[in-house]
Structure formats: structure tokens, C-alpha cells
Design a protein around this ligand. Structure first.
Ligand SMILES: NC(=O)c1ccc[n+]([C@@H]2O[C@H](COP(=O)([O-])OP(=O)(O)OC[C@H]3O[C@@H](n4cnc5c(N)ncnc54)[C@H](O)[C@@H]3O)[C@@H](O)[C@H]2O)c1
Length: 257
């Protein structure tokens, strides 16, 4: 047997033993494995092969085996991985054995959607506080939580042991909100505002920008059209001149000079 329950997994408390220093790409895939494993557990699966888990998580199985080997998890030949055990191991490594308190700052359109999203709880997070600078939003109740004024951040952050700050304010306010979060001891920030935040060493920032994802898809659409010769649809379909003097035709790839 080569899957071992972590000493801190499943309700064990105490000092955190040294964690493996995982490649960032592996860390990014672990939540995908976890989601797939929870689905498998909910549908009555006790074990899963690396191939089946890889398919469910949308990665190739060699990559999955390599990722899980970093956790000391190799599965059992002919049986696969023990689903419950692997959930324990991944949750332990991701620090999900404790429910982390999240503060959401900016309760506008996006903030409302995030505050009302039930999926955070099942993934190990508790939205513990909502903040806004607009007095007309302060006092509003969303999902049982009352929106507080951002000036109350220090008090509430201490009371609720806020571990992660989510920024959903307009971009011009995001840096000052990040500074305030850092000042009250928050060292992990999820930023939805379309801007780059400057934070001290030791503070981790992750950025979510759906427009960037769409722009990347747009690039692939554009490139597919350039390879097939089928013009892209839309008002810019006839555009053949690229900025910087590069020229592209319907059938040619753009070439750098
Ligand atoms: N990442 C994404 O994919 C994505 C998608 C949609 C929107 N956004 C971004 O999310 C942000 C919010 O968008 P929205 O449509 O919800 O905007 P919105 O204007 O509806 O809401 C913003 C809220 O932030 C509050 N706010 C402003 N300054 C503040 C401060 N200093 N402290 C606390 N609260 C403050 C406002 O009062 C308002 O309630 C924007 O930056 C937007 O560009 C990102």
C-alpha cells in the first residue's frame, strides 16, 4: 500500500508538519483532482484508476500520476487509488482540513454573486464578512451576512480570523483595499479587479479575470481562422493589416519580423 493518511488529515490537530514544496502547476491541478474525487465518492466509488481519475479531471494520466507521486501517493497496482484516502491527502496538502474565513470587499454586481454562491462552503471556505464603502450598501443582508463598512475591517478581521481577502471593487479602489487587507494581517488575496496589485513579500495574490480568458479564446479563434482560411465573423473580419506593419491574409499566419 502506498497511500498514507497524513498525520494532520481528518480532524487531527497540532503543529503542521513540513509540507512538500510542490510545483505550482501541480498545486493548480490538485483542486481539479479533488473536485473529481468528491464526485466519485458521491457516486459510490471507493477506488479509482489513474486513467479514470485523469479523464474526470481533464488531464493526462501520466501527469496525474506524477502530480500524486509528489504527495507520496502511488495507488495500488490493479486497484488504483483509494478515493477517500486521496481526498484526505489532497485536502491536507491544500490546507483544507480547516475551513478558512474569507472577507469579501466590494458588494456590487460581482460581490453579490460571490456572496450568494453556496459552492464555497463545500470547497472548504466560509465567507465570514462582507464590506463595502458605499453607505447605501452597508446594512444589507446577503445569505445571512450583513454588509459592513470597510472602516470596520480591522475589528471584524480580528473577530473572524480572516485568512483570505477577496477584492471585488472597481480597479481604482483595489490597491487601497489590498493595502487595508494587508494592514490587518491578511496574507492571501483573490483579486477580481482588472489591475495589478503591489503587495509586500509574504502576501500571495491570485487574479481572476474572465475578460483575459475570453481574449485568449479570441486568439485561438483568430488563429484557427488564419489556418483554415475561413474568415472570422464579426466587424473586424476583413482586417488583414496587423499593428506594427505585419500583414496577414486569410490563409497566412502572421510572421514576426
Ligand atoms: N474578474 C472577472 O472576471 C470580473 C468579472 C466582472 C467584474 N469584474 C471586476 O470586479 C469589480 C467589481 O465589478 P462590479 O460589476 O461588481 O462593480 P460594482 O460597481 O457593481 O461594485 C463595486 C462595489 O465596490 C464598492 N467599493 C468601491 N470602492 C470601495 C472601497 N474602497 N472599499 C470597499 N468597497 C468599495 C462599491 O461601493 C460597489 O458596491 C470590477 O473591478 C470589475 O472590473 C471582474
Amino acid at each position: 500500500m502506498s497511500q498514507h493518511r497524513h498525520p494532520g488529515a481528518s480532524g487531527h490537530t497540532g503543529a503542521v508538519p513540513a509540507l512538500p514544496d510542490l510545483p505550482e502547476a501541480t498545486v493548480a491541478r490538485l483542486p481539479e483532482y479533488l473536485r473529481a474525487l468528491h464526485n466519485l465518492a458521491e457516486t459510490g466509488h471507493d477506488t479509482v484508476s489513474s486513467e479514470a481519475l485523469a479523464t474526470a479531471a481533464g488531464v493526462n494520466s501520466a501527469k496525474l500520476r506524477k502530480d500524486l507521486s509528489h504527495l507520496g501517493s502511488y495507488g495500488t497496482r490493479g486497484v488504483g487509488y483509494d478515493v477517500a484516502l486521496l481526498i484526505d491527502q489532497i485536502e491536507y496538502v491544500l490546507g483544507l482540513t480547516q475551513r478558512r474565513a474569507v472577507a469579501l470587499v466590494g458588494v456590487g454586481n460581482l460581490g453579490h454573486a460571490l456572496a450568494g454562491y453556496a459552492g464555497f462552503v463545500s470547497r472548504g471556505f466560509r465567507i465570514a464578512a462582507l464590506f463595502d464603502a458605499d453607505e447605501s450598501r452597508v446594512g444589507e443582508e446577503i445569505n445571512g451576512l450583513v454588509v459592513r463598512h470597510i472602516d470596520d475591517l480591522a475589528t471584524i478581521a480580528a473577530q473572524e480570523a480572516i485568512a483570505i481577502g477577496v477584492i471585488a471593487t472597481p480597479a481604482p479602489a483595489a490597491q487601497s483595499v489590498a493595502d487595508r487587507l494587508v494592514a490587518v494581517g491578511v496574507t492571501s488575496i483573490l483579486n477580481f479587479a482588472p489591475c495589478v496589485l503591489s503587495v509586500p513579500d509574504g502576501v500571495d495574490v491570485r487574479k481572476v479575470d474572465l475578460a483575459i480568458e475570453l481574449q485568449i479564446l479570441s486568439f485561438h479563434e483568430h488563429r484557427k481562422a488564419s489556418l483554415t482560411g475561413i474568415p472570422a465573423s464579426g466587424p473586424a473580419a476583413g482586417l488583414t493589416a496587423l499593428p506594427g506593419g505585419l500583414a496577414a491574409t486569410g490563409t497566412q499566419e502572421a510572421v514576426g519580423s
